[in-house]
Design a protein around this ligand. Structure first.
Ligand code: ATR
Length: 262
């Protein structure tokens, strides 16, 4: 039997992970099966444990189970500990290991675009799990300053309080979305506003050189506004591919090249 991999979520039908991992496998000459696994909203733990009990090798975790996966792990990478969420699971020496490759995926996607991260000043809009997951990898990539702007200021302030000691060389501050202004190298939309079709308004006195939308495949008012300013923009497909590459690397020890799959 070929090595078994899966992505678990609810819903799961939309997941691109099987096709990505199959494409990486083909390119690197590795044989594997990679399936979508739908778990009931209260059935993550049972489904995940059954997968590994039946000999599964590695599992990706998507919405809404990343925090539950984090809670189940016996061994966590530092970046998963800081994210408090896990998107990549595997068994090693009888223990469930967890990592989070989302933030490195964002860093790798922006690096592939040749957007400068070293010593940069970045604005992240949103203060949910998506933002939490990218702060540490951005800091590791040499980002000098990160401002987290959120509709609910208290959530951004909480994130800064939680994470500032994990990123001692990066200045981390919170801002209310209503006060959005200033000069940034990169602005990242990490809100779920584009998924719901809500508009984020980028005011005139907010200046930036690059704009990244973490969501993909949807018309994004955030990106439309950035494009109207003629700055380079990108949506989250690159991040999706890059986080999958990082998971593939954890499981197989081989790193496919991002540019081959964009
Ligand atoms: P995720 O884990 O994907 O980050 P989340 O934890 O639900 O999801 O967080 C969603 C983020 O999008 C939050 O920062 C939310 O702002 P609030 O904390 O104020 O709720 C933000 N968000 C969602 N819809 C938004 C909108 N229409 N305008 C601005 N921010 C929005």
């Amino acid at each position: 039997m070929r090595k078994q991999f899966a992505v678990i979520g609810h819903p799961i039908e939309h997941s691109r992970s099987p096709e990505l991992h199959q494409a990486f496998a083909q390119k690197t000459g590795i044989e594997l099966d990679y399936h979508k696994r739908l778990a009931a909203l209260d059935g993550f733990e049972t489904s995940m444990q059954r997968f590994f009990a039946e000999g599964g090798i590695g599992m990706n975790v998507t919405v809404p189970f990343k925090e539950q996966a984090f809670a189940q792990c016996q061994v966590l990478s530092p970046r998963a500990q800081i994210a408090q969420a896990v998107n990549t699971l595997w068994m090693q020496d009888g223990q469930l290991h967890g990592d989070n490759t989302d933030g490195q995926g964002l860093v790798d996607a922006m690096t592939a675009l040749e957007w400068p991260l070293q010593n940069s000043k970045i604005l992240i809009i949103g203060a949910g799990g998506a933002t939490r997951g990218v702060i540490y990898p951005l800091a590791q990539a040499g980002v000098k300053e990160i401002v987290i702007a959120n509709r609910t200021l208290a959530r951004a302030e909480q994130l800064v309080a939680d994470l500032h000691s994990a990123v001692p060389d990066t200045q981390l501050t919170a801002m209310a979305l209503d006060d959005l202004c200033g000069q940034f190298d990169i602005v990242i939309n990490a809100t779920s506003a584009s998924l719901t079709g809500d508009a984020l308004v980028l005011p005139e006195n907010l200046h930036f050189k690059y704009a990244y939308e973490m969501a993909y495949g949807k018309a994004s008012r955030f990106l439309q506004q950035a494009q109207a300013r003629h700055v380079p923009t990108a949506e989250g497909y690159g991040m999706l591919v890059a986080q999958a590459i990082e998971a593939f690397f954890i499981w197989h020890g081989i790193k496919p090249k991002l540019k081959d799959f964009l």
